[in-house]
Write a protein that binds this ligand. Structure first.
Ligand code: LMR
Length: 336
């Protein structure tokens, strides 16, 4: 006596399952959300790059990809962003090359003082087979490098005029979380203090640290010039970025979307790298115009003294980085 009722029920179920499948088919799939978090201001090479990536990705993949950009450590600071990437809480970040030592020792090559003559040599090394190889060096840890973005060469700043290494003796310098940079300041007999980027302005203002090393765009956009009386144009090292993603997330995207995003990133990287130097030069001029800070130009003899003081650091990291990789980076100077 239950048979007709059961039949009707089965029929209704079949219909509703079919209906659901149909609804799912006709419903547009939700766009893939890519959170891009960084620690600098928007008017910097990285800040501009993140915004251009958002613009192009949403223009060329409408309805398929949404990019949310979080500047100024507003989502994660530099101490947390890598962990957040691995946990899937953010999908794209571009940490400075100084911040990878827990994932691979080789990328420390970029921090070696006085290794690159200028940003063009840095660029040549990044585009070389060795430089491109580093993008893949963290895949076993779940991190894929998608490209390099320039910021620029670093300048020393302090409230004291720094002409020679001995002028830095005893001063406290803020450093990024990098053993190489730590040793670089120890080689000057100065005191390095690791500090996250968001805390640097306050650290300088309150005297927790007396000096720092940054490209002009980071000095200007964080208003560090307001609390630093002198900048020595030392160009002693580079602050550049690797744009990275979570390997599993990236490989899990539909292939057409991933291919398009990779093409967009290549385009954005070229644009960032083209603009970075002029952006830094414009910020140098803004610092000069502000009148708060004297910019010291070193004589070749003075620069040689800084180089001699810092270069012994190389030896300490040669085994970790690899002598061949250091040589490959040095070769990038010759091609200029
Ligand atoms: C720093 O901590 O000084 C830099 O890594 C900040 C940045 O991302 O440029």
């Amino acid at each position: 006596m239950f048979k007709p009722a059961l039949k009707a029920l089965a029929c209704a179920l079949t219909l509703s399952v079919a209906g659901l499948a149909q609804a799912a088919e006709s419903q547009p799939t939700a766009p893939i959300v890519i959170k891009f978090s960084h620690v600098v201001a928007e008017h910097t090479p990285k800040g501009q790059g993140a915004l251009l990536f958002k613009k192009l990705a949403e223009e060329r993949l409408p309805g398929k990809v949404t990019v949310q950009v979080y500047p100024n450590s507003s989502l994660f600071g530099d101490g947390k962003e890598m962990e957040a990437l691995l946990l899937g809480d953010v999908q794209l970040i571009a940490p400075s090359l100084a911040k990878f030592e827990h994932y691979t020792k080789q990328i420390q090559v970029f921090d070696l003082p006085f290794l690159f003559d200028d940003i063009h040599a840095v660029d040549r090394f990044q585009q070389s087979p060795e430089g491109q190889g580093l993008l893949k060096s963290m895949e076993s840890k779940g991190i894929t490098g998608l490209g390099y973005w320039h910021n620029g060469m670093k300048q020393l700043s302090a409230n004291k005029a720094l002409y020679e290494p001995k002028d830095a003796r005893g001063l406290k310098f803020r450093v990024q979380a990098s053993a190489v940079l730590d040793e670089q300041f120890k080689a000057l007999r100065a005191a390095p203090r690791k500090m996250s980027f968001a805390e640097v302005y306050q650290g300088l203002q309150t005297g927790v640290v007396n000096g720092a090393e940054n490209p002009y765009s980071n000095i200007y956009s964080q208003k560090m010039h307001e609390v630093q009386k002198f900048i020595t144009e030392s160009d002693h090292g580079v602050l550049d970025y690797m744009v990275i993603t979570n390997t599993k997330f990236w490989n899990g995207m539909p292939e057409d979307v991933r291919t398009e995003l990779e093409a967009i990133l290549a385009e954005v990287s070229a644009e960032v790298n083209k603009q970075a130097e002029s952006l830094n030069q414009a910020d140098k001029q803004r610092i000069l115009d502000a009148g708060t800070t004297e910019i010291i130009t070193l004589t070749p003899e003075q620069r040689a003294k800084w180089r001699d003081a810092m270069r012994p650091v190389w030896k300490k990291f040669e085994n970790d980085i690899g002598a061949d990789l250091i040589k490959a980076a040095e070769r990038a100077n010759e091609a200029g």
